[in-house]
Write a protein that binds this ligand. Structure first.
Ligand code: FAD
Length: 437
């Protein structure tokens, strides 16, 4: 049997894998990019906000090259919701939606289109894309990772380095001895999502935007029914992505079926009018790694690197994952290029990857929020309680019923402290501050 040997094998053609493959192929390395989907993105799920700066670091000026951008985000809204009301904060800046060089800051995508286009850039750079092929194991030689075993007949692929970008719940991370136990339920969220088709002009009228402009809404509070997580609505060109993500450990405890959560969100009185008359085009569910910095595997070994969701690189508080994945994939690629130059693919040289990540926002942000996953697991009540209290206060102050405002203030204070003693409020705020400071 003829043995195929590449400079690098990349497993998974999501944002991390395509970024790694493009970086290495562009530097002249022989790269094979293995993807289990029928095509890149075929089964990939994301709420849908991508970040331009990190995409441009892989494909410069991607926005001028037919990239499948749905809408550029000009407004981000956060709702703290009860069952029938919400206090909302938002930031809108059509001009600030672009970096000075014209690169969109954040934009919505449908992954089936985006991933296909992004992986095509890796192919154009010279990588060999092998879709419809699942990597089942890593191959070892002389105590180092030396390739992968695919599900195909005679499908072993050998390489100096294997870059694991196979997403959340990666079994290959364990096979490569970068972690010695599976990911635990409190380190995962489950996201369920629908794409609802609506004419562009209806979306623009309902969300108050112009053609090409988009809005994101994140909804905390009652929509997660006492579990840690949030609901979201993101506008695409002619559809709206609506979904909700909550910790798997909380789903196991409450036994609330995820589709019920999504149905509840769609029927929320503030959400229903935004989706009215729309047609469900797609329903999907996917896990999100939420364990943060403390739950990350080892990032490199002899002949192996791991990037993106497979390495737990998600900043849940800021709804960022795709950007961490693209940056980590690119840095993994750059590390392999350097290893090739040195002719050394041992952990000693590949440790450069961890150093590069340490210098980037990826590990700086994940480390900053390292205590947040534990708080989210332990205190699922935090957002619900806070949302209730601020809605109560807003409702009272905005109801014009002849009661003097000072009396209203006293009434709010009495009601708030009846529901949540002052020391409890102070302790909660302190805990949140500690976790995000
Ligand atoms: P993935 O995108 O998961 O790609 C992994 C790839 O590997 C897939 O193509 C898969 O088919 C392939 N693969 C897996 N196993 C194998 C195998 N054994 N052999 C071959 N191929 C394999 N992030 C954001 O930035 N913004 C958002 O709005 C956002 N919203 C989200 C909403 C939901 C509901 C979910 C689930 C996630 C969301 N995320 C968001 C997170 C984001 O999707 C991920 O962080 C990002 O996709 C990670 O990229 P990746 O390349 O590491 O992994």
């Amino acid at each position: 049997m003829e043995v195929e040997k590449f400079d690098a094998v990349v497993v998974g053609a999501g944002p991390a894998g395509a970024a790694a493959a493009t970086t290495m192929a562009r530097a002249g390395l022989s790269v094979v990019l293995v993807e289990r989907g029928e095509y890149p993105g075929a089964k990939n799920v994301m709420g849908g906000v991508m970040y331009g700066r990190m995409a441009a670091e892989v494909v410069p000026e991607f926005w001028t090259q037919g990239a499948p951008i749905e809408r550029v985000v000009v407004e981000e809204r956060i709702w703290l919701a009860t069952d029938d009301s919400a206090v909302s904060v938002s930031h809108r800046s059509p001009e600030g939606a672009y970096h000075p060089d014209g690169c969109p800051n954040a934009f919505t995508v449908l992954r089936a289109k985006w991933d296909r286009w992004f992986a095509q850039k890796a192919e154009e750079a010279g990588a060999l894309l092998v879709p419809g092929t699942t990597v089942e194991d890593v191959l070892w030689q002389d105590g180092r990772v030396a390739g992968v075993r695919t599900g195909r007949e005679e499908g072993d692929l050998y390489a100096d380095v294997v870059v694991l970008c196979d997403g959340v719940n990666s079994a290959l991370v364990e096979r490569a001895r970068l972690r010695d136990h599976p990911v635990e339920p409190h380190q995962l969220a489950l996201g369920v999502k629908e794409v609802i088709g609506l004419p562009p002009e209806v979306i623009e009228a309902r969300f108050n935007v112009e053609r090409g402009q988009g809005v994101t809404i994140e909804i905390y509070g009652a929509v997660t029914r006492g579990m840690s997580g949030y609901g979201f609505l993101y506008t695409n060109h002619d559809s709206v992505s609506v979904g909700v993500g909550v910790l798997v450990s909380h789903l196991m405890r409450t036994r609330i079926p995820p589709y019920e959560l999504l149905e509840g969100l769609k029927q929320h009185p503030l959400v229903r009018p935004l989706l009215a008359g729309g047609e469900t085009l797609e329903y999907s569910a996917h896990a999100i790694p939420e364990g943060g910095w403390r739950a990350m595997p080892k990032l490199y070994g002899d002949g192996v690197l791991v990037a993106g969701d497979a390495a737990m690189m998600v900043n849940g508080l800021h709804r960022e994952g795709s950007n961490l994945a693209m940056t980590a994939g690119r840095l993994a690629g750059e590390t392999v290029v350097e290893a090739k130059r040195r002719g050394d693919f041992t952990a000693r040289t590949l440790s450069l990857y961890a150093a590069k990540l340490e210098e980037s926002f990826v590990l700086k942000d994940l480390r900053k929020y390292r205590d947040l996953p534990e708080l989210a697991e332990r205190r699922p009540d935090l957002f619900g309680t806070f949302a209730e209290l601020v809605n109560l206060a807003a409702h009272e102050m905005l109801t014009v019923d002849g009661l003097p405002k000072r009396d209203k203030q006293r009434k709010i204070w009495r009601e708030v402290t009846r529901r949540k003693p002052l020391w409890g409020l102070a302790r909660d705020l302190y805990e949140v501050w500690r976790a995000i400071r």
